[in-house]
Design a protein around this ligand. Structure first.
Ligand SMILES: [Zn+2]
Length: 114
């Protein structure tokens, strides 16, 4: 699909609440998409077109729910990764403590044997 400035309009996918999972066409010269704006209008090309017709309300609800689940799982994953990093640091710290206690114990045993 060609836009008004005769550039092939790129296809994007919408994740807005009203139009989740909907493909749409937007010019590559649109404001916010790229710095190389060579359209006549200032602020970029405002060309916009939906790829398909409107989604059914059922599908819209399902897609919005799925998007929310994906977002919350991503947040949970990030939280878990941080937790694991903190646990690794603690394990490393405790390993050093165990090593130093072992060294103390070994020198104490040497004293007892002498
Ligand atoms: Zn354009």
């Amino acid at each position: 699909m060609l836009c008004r400035c005769r550039v092939k309009a790129a296809r994007w996918i919408s994740w807005s609440v009203d139009n989740p999972g909907q493909w749409y066409f937007k010019c590559r010269n649109a404001r916010g998409l790229t710095a190389r704006v060579f359209c006549a209008q200032e602020g970029g090309c405002d060309f916009f077109a939906w790829h398909d017709g409107p989604t059914s309300s059922f599908l819209r609800k399902v897609l919005n729910d799925l998007r929310d689940v994906v977002v919350s799982l991503r947040m949970e994953k990030a939280y878990r990764v941080k937790e694991i990093e903190e646990c690794r640091a603690k394990v490393e710290e405790q390993r050093h403590e165990v090593d130093s206690v072992r060294r103390e114990l070994a020198s104490a045993q040497e004293l007892v044997c002498e």
